[in-house]
Design a protein around this ligand. Structure first.
Ligand code: ZN
Ligand code: ZN
Length: 343
């Protein structure tokens, strides 16, 4: 058992094992036991059942996206700035909110920051925080096995977006039920967003981003509306790249026995979420990487929030833990620690 290094300012005494699924109440033994069971049982016969309603939804939204792209060359500077900022905010709703705060509990946040992240998450429109976190915890628990909602073993397209167009494999449903969600069920804000999810998605994702530019500088409502769709589709694909590209292309410095990789391009696009071999090895680390702020806007913002007291109890893996693990299961010469030593 290795311990993790807790930042001096946070005062958190918890210890975690490296096999942690990232969920505060998941015992790693239970996770390993489950994984063994999944591998050994006969899987029930399953035929891919396409959900045509979802396929139609994606076709329409992409058609609107491409049409929206024709607005870009003639768009006002104000609208460009608004779109870039709102894209970053919706990205944070996933990376800093649903992923690092709620799914993995890598840090804690005060109410004002949680309210902001709930808004940002509704802007991103990738299902409620509750559902997103449940699917994501299931992904870590059964990574690249049949219980994984976006099992990369079923191909790049399936891991990217295909999984949202077919009925869930029964094993995914079964695995999802084994994930402990009581922490989020006790979180009033998370459950409020879950209860009114569709309203909050439509309001934060489309109504506000359409009306606000019109009220602020008289932007054409059509342009603002199509830019809301443009932002929505871009954020979807960037998030999906973490499940697809970062499970296919890149190095494995920390654990070469698993599928997830270190993918710099995905990190750059997804505000630091492409350090995926590190993240699957040390899911409790708020930074999802040992490279500091390199391609990691999310860590930068969590640290900024920590400096004003809105984020606290940031958890990280210690240098000794990272080194010991990469020597044992990975390629230590590719880690930041080794490269600093080699200088
Ligand atoms: Zn994760
Ligand atoms: Zn993954």
């Amino acid at each position: 058992m290795e311990e993790i290094n807790i930042k001096p300012q946070d005062g958190l005494k918890e210890m975690e094992t490296e096999g942690d699924s990232g969920h505060a109440s998941d015992a790693s033994d239970e996770v390993l036991e489950y994984a063994k069971n999944v591998e050994s049982v006969e899987l029930e016969p399953y035929e891919t059942d396409i959900v045509w309603q979802n396929v139609a939804k994606f076709v329409i939204i992409h058609a609107l996206f491409f049409y929206g792209a024709t607005y870009l060359p003639s768009m006002s500077l104000n609208m460009w700035i608004f779109m870039l900022i709102s894209t970053q905010i919706s990205g944070l709703g996933i990376t800093m909110g649903a992923h690092r705060l709620w799914a993995h509990k890598t840090y804690k946040a005060k109410l004002p920051l949680r309210i902001f992240l709930t808004f940002a998450n509704s802007l991103a429109g990738q299902n409620s925080i509750y559902i997103w976190s449940r699917d994501h915890r299931t992904h870590h628990k059964c990574s690249e096995k049949m219980g994984d909602p976006h099992n990369a073993k079923r191909g790049f397209f399936f891991a990217h977006m295909g999984w949202l167009m077919v009925r869930k494999h029964p094993e995914v449903t079964r695995a999802g039920k084994t994930v402990n969600m009581t922490d989020l069920e006790n979180d009033k804000l998370v459950m409020l967003q879950h209860k009114y999810y569709i309203t909050s998605f439509l309001l934060c994702g489309f109504v506000i981003p359409t009306v606000l530019p019109y009220l602020l500088w008289g932007e054409c409502l059509y342009t603002a509306y199509f830019m809301a769709i443009f932002r929505y589709v871009i954020t979807l694909h960037v998030t999906w790249l973490v499940n697809s590209a970062a499970h296919f292309f890149g190095y494995k410095p920390y654990d070469k026995t698993i599928g997830p990789t270190e993918n710099m391009l995905v990190s750059l696009l997804a505000m630091g979420e492409g350090f995926h071999n590190y993240h699957h090895t040390f899911p409790y680390d708020y930074s999802t990487s040992e490279w500091g702020y390199t391609f990691n806007t999310t860590s930068r913002i969590i640290d900024a929030m920590a400096s004003i007291g809105q984020a606290y109890d940031l958890r990280t893996a210690s240098k000794a833990t990272i080194e010991a693990r990469s020597v044992r299961t990975g390629l230590p010469e590719l880690t930041a620690i080794y490269q600093k030593k080699a200088l």
